[in-house]
Ligand binder design. Structure first.
Ligand code: ATP
Ligand code: MG
Length: 421
C-alpha cells in the first residue's frame, strides 16, 4: 500500500491508530497504535466493529454508498449529501485537472475540522479566515448551489469559496447548513470549523434557501423544537436567526472541549439507508448494550412517541446519536436533533413510510404496538409519556401562528399529526 494512502487517527490528542485504504477494492485497513493500546485509556471509544487488538484489521463489508469502504465510525466523519456538494464544488474549483478523490483523501480535508472529536493527519492546510456575515454567506451559498452554472462562471472569489467550504462541508444530513461560532462577548461570527473554545457559542445553522417556498421549513423545525422541549425531550438550546434560519447549539462542542459523538449508524454499521436494520427495537437494544443511564431509555421512548405523534417519519439511524464521556469511558444518548415535519406539503406523500419500524410496522402504528415495545424494554409509565407528548398537539396552532406560518400550512401539517389509540 503506498504510504500516502495511510492516515493517522487522533482523538483527545492521542495517536489512536492508522487507517489505510485500497481504492480499487474499496477496502479499508485499521491498526491501533501499540503505544495507545498500552496506555489502556479510552477503552470504549469504538464499542463495535473496530476491535481492540494490535494486529491490522481489514474491513470489507462497508463498500456501499453509506460507508464508502471505511469502518462506519470513521465514515461518520464524512459529510453527507449537502456537505459533499459543497466539497465537490470547492475541490473542482481548485483542482480543475481532477474531479475524483478517495474517502481517505477527503478525511485529510476533514482533518481537525470534523463533527465530533475524531481528527485525521496529515491535514490539508486550509487558511484561517476572518469574521463573516450570515446573510452574505447564504447569498454566496445560493451562487455555489446554482445548478445551471459551472463553478468558473459563478464569479466567486477565493476567500468566499473558502469560507463556504469551511462552514459547509463538515456536518452530515441532506439540507443546507453552516457551522459558525459566535464570540460570547463581542458577538463576532467566524467559521465554526476549527474553534471550539468556551469563548464562543458554537452553532449548527440550518439555512432557509428557497425564497419561493410556500412556507419556511426552518420555522417549522423551530416550532417542533419548542414542542419537543415542552414534551420533555432534551435538546440543545436553539433559536431563529433573522426569522429564517434555525440555529442550534452544537452538542459536540461543549465546555470548551470537543465531544466524541457517533450516530447509531456509525456505531453499529447498520446502514441508515436500508430498512432491514432500521428499527426502534434495534435502537433500544443498542442503547441498552451501550449501558446508557437508565433514564435515557425513557427519553428514547419519548422521542419515538414524539416522532409518531408529530409525523416525523425521517427518524433514521443517523438522526439518533450517542455521546462519549471520556472521564467515565461510557456512552449516553445525545440531545435530540432534526425533529421536524419532514415532508413536502406540495407533493403526494402517501407512499413515504417511516424510516424506523416499530413492532415490525412502518405504517398504521397504534398504541398496542408502542406499549408492546415499552414492555420489551421495561420503559416506565409509557401511558404517561404518550399523554404528555400528545398534550403538546394543542400548542401547535398558537406556536405556528406566533411564527406567522400560513394558515393553510398550519392546518395541513396539523392533519398529519396522529393520536395513538
Ligand atoms: N445540535 C447539534 N450538535 C451537533 N451535531 C448535530 C446537531 N444537530 C445535528 N447534528 C449533526 O449534524 C447532522 C445533520 O443535522 P440534521 O440531521 O439536523 O440535518 P438534515 O440535513 O436535516 O438531516 P437529514 O438528511 O436527516 O434530513 C446530524 O446527523 C447530526 O450528526
Ligand atoms: Mg438528519
Amino acid at each position: 500500500m503506498p504510504v500516502n494512502d495511510i492516515i493517522q487517527l487522533i482523538l483527545f490528542e492521542e495517536q489512536v491508530g492508522k487507517i489505510g485504504y485500497d481504492p480499487d477494492q474499496k477496502k479499508c485497513f485499521f491498526q491501533y497504535n501499540p503505544v495507545f493500546l498500552e496506555k489502556n485509556i479510552y477503552k470504549n471509544i469504538f464499542p463495535y466493529i473496530i476491535k481492540r487488538i494490535e494486529s491490522t484489521q481489514v474491513f470489507t463489508d462497508y463498500s456501499g454508498q453509506t460507508f464508502k469502504g471505511l469502518p462506519p465510525a470513521i465514515a461518520d466523519s464524512l459529510p453527507d449529501t449537502f456537505g459533499n456538494i459543497i466539497f465537490k464544488e470547492w475541490f473542482n474549483a481548485r483542482h480543475s485537472e481532477r474531479s475524483k478523490f478517495t474517502p481517505l483523501e477527503q478525511l485529510t480535508y476533514v482533518a481537525n475540522r470534523g463533527m465530533g472529536a475524531l481528527e485525521y493527519q496529515p491535514a490539508k492546510q486550509i487558511p484561517k479566515t476572518s469574521t463573516i456575515n450570515i446573510s452574505e454567506m447564504v447569498e454566496l451559498l445560493r451562487k455555489v448551489l446554482d445548478q445551471k452554472k459551472d463553478i468558473s462562471e459563478k464569479n466567486l472569489d477565493t476567500e468566499s469559496l473558502l469560507n463556504i467550504f469551511k462552514m459547509g462541508t463538515s456536518a452530515g444530513g441532506a439540507r443546507p447548513k453552516l457551522l459558525i461560532s459566535e464570540h460570547k462577548e463581542n458577538g463576532a461570527i467566524i467559521p465554526g470549523d476549527i474553534e471550539y473554545s468556551d469563548s464562543y457559542y458554537h452553532y449548527l445553522v440550518k439555512l432557509s434557501m428557497d425564497e419561493n417556498a410556500i412556507y419556511n421549513k426552518e420555522t417549522v423545525e423551530y416550532i417542533y423544537f419548542q414542542m419537543a422541549c415542552a414534551a420533555g425531550i432534551d435538546m440543545m438550546p436553539s433559536h431563529m436567526i433573522d426569522q429564517k434560519h434555525f440555529a442550534t447549539h452544537r452538542y459536540d462542542r461543549q465546555n470548551g472541549e470537543k465531544q466524541h459523538v457517533l450516530t447509531a449508524s456509525g456505531l453499529t454499521g447498520w446502514d441508515f439507508r436500508k430498512p432491514e436494520e432500521s428499527t426502534y427495537e434495534n435502537l433500544f437494544k443498542l442503547a441498552l448494550d451501550l449501558k446508557v443511564p437508565y433514564k435515557n431509555i425513557n427519553q428514547l421512548y419519548r422521542r419515538m412517541i414524539f416522532n409518531l405523534v408529530f409525523a416525523n417519519i425521517d427518524d433514521h439511524l443517523k438522526n439518533h446519536s450517542f455521546i462519549y464521556d471520556r472521564e467515565k469511558d461510557s456512552w449516553s444518548l445525545s440531545p435530540a436533533y432534526d425533529l421536524t415535519f419532514p415532508l413536502d406539503l406540495r407533493f403526494n406523500f402517501t407512499k413515504v413510510s417511516r424510516a424506523l419500524s416499530i413492532n415490525g410496522k412502518r405504517e398504521s402504528i397504534n398504541k398496542k404496538d408502542v406499549l408492546a415495545l415499552a414492555n420489551s424494554f421495561s420503559v416506565k409509565n409509557p401511558k404517561g409519556i404518550i399523554e404528555e407528548v400528545q398534550e403538546q398537539v394543542l400548542s401547535w396552532e398558537a406556536l405556528a401562528l406566533e411564527q406567522e406560518l400560513p394558515e393553510k400550512v398550519i392546518k395541513d401539517i396539523r392533519n398529519e399529526f396522529q393520536t395513538l389509540i
